[in-house]
Design a protein around this ligand. Structure first.
Ligand SMILES: Nc1nc2c(ncn2[C@@H]2O[C@H](COP(=O)(O)OP(=O)(O)OP(=O)(O)O)[C@@H](O)[C@H]2O)c(=O)[nH]1
Ligand SMILES: [Zn+2]
Length: 317
């Protein structure tokens, strides 16, 4: 018989043990899962992943602790076991916001990288916010136009753009405040200052590298280990070291435009319902791009992603 039950969030997974934290009491318990899970309303077998909201029965011995229910996920991110493998793993669930850390220069983050990332976020149905870091380097007035053009492009597409400086501390308190009580995932190219930013947000946090991307290939077996970090102000942080973007999603070419909100708002005006917005007559998206209503870089990214799909089927279902 179970002694008690605990309701909480899975903050760590080793593949066989799951640490459940009750965010209200602060109590933690290491638990196992038993047999096959039935998610509510479906017969899907699914392992427990970090970010899952669960109920666990706590036994007399730790070995008796068992997760008995997983709440339905609002979203999740996946990762293929390897490039060759078709297998994919859910690596985290119930993410409130993905923050993409980017820089205008030193190093410059390409708009194509940003746009691919945003498409993935859209496909995962996770709100994305762009953090424009190292703004201390661009304080001179001559940069204002470049910054505004960048910000307008993404704000026009419906994304928040926050100008910050991780090293100078600009915008950090406001960001910490908006992360309170939420699960936030951070991503960004190497060198944009993601580590500096995370340290500024939560100085006590010593991220273990490889936390969420720590897949070890031992022969045929893939073990997963992942962790999300409780924040002192409430909420959780997920770091994604080494993940370029944050996983892959399969998107059919005719669906790609759906994930570009700034393109898609014109698609209803196209003559053909399955318009790819590349060559078709009476394409409202191309017309809008031609009139400058859609940022050129965004339309170019769209075309590049379509082209890639043709070449290697990466975005094909
Ligand atoms: N000027 C300026 N430099 C910054 C800022 N944030 C980070 N840096 C510097 O940028 C460099 C890269 O910062 P990191 O925090 O290591 O970058 P990262 O994104 O974690 O990079 P990886 O560790 O390679 O993944 C370091 O030299 C930082 O000191 C900032 O806001 N302004
Ligand atoms: Zn069209």
């Amino acid at each position: 018989m179970a002694e008690t039950t605990i309701e909480g969030i899975v903050i760590k997974s080793t593949g066989s043990w799951y640490t459940v934290l009750d965010p209200h009491s602060g109590r933690q318990a290491r638990c196992r899962i038993r047999g096959v899970f039935r998610l509510r309303g479906s017969r899907t077998t699914s392992p427990v992943v970090v970010g899952d909201r669960v109920r666990a029965e706590i036994g007399e011995d730790e070995g008796d602790n068992v997760i008995v229910e997983i709440r339905p996920r609002t979203n999740y991110i996946i990762r293929r076991a390897s490039n060759l493998s078709k297998e994919s793993h859910i690596i985290a669930a119930n993410i409130d916001t993905v923050y993409l850390v980017v820089t205008l220069d030193f190093p410059a983050t390409s708009t194509e990288f940003i746009d691919r990332f945003l498409v993935t976020a859209e496909a995962y149905r996770i709100p994305a916010v762009i953090l424009l870091n190292k703004m201390d380097l661009f304080a001179a007035p001559e940069y204002r136009e470049i910054i505004d053009e960048f910000a307008d492009t993404y704000r026009g597409a419906g994304y928040e753009v926050l100008e910050i400086s991780a090293s100078a501390g600009t915008g950090i308190d406001a960001l910490r405040e908006r992360m309170r009580g939420k699960t936030s995932l951070f991503s960004g190219h190497s060198g944009v200052g993601k580590s500096t930013l995370i340290n500024a947000l939560e100085p006590g946090l010593h991220l273990k590298t490889g936390a969420i991307s720590g897949y070890h290939h031992k022969g045929k077996h893939t073990t997963t280990f992942s962790e999300i970090f409780p924040l002192s102000g409430g909420g959780f942080l997920i770091d994604t070291p080494g993940i370029k973007g944050f996983g892959l999603v399969d998107i059919a070419p005719e669906e790609l435009a759906r994930y570009f909100p700034d393109l898609f708002r014109y698609a209803a005006g196209c003559q053909y319902y399955n318009c790819t917005h590349t060559h078709e007559p009476n394409c409202a998206v191309m017309a809008a791009a031609g009139e400058g209503k859609i940022a050129e870089s965004r339309y170019v990214s769209y075309l590049k992603m379509l082209e890639d799909d043709d070449q290697n089927g990466k975005y094909r279902k």
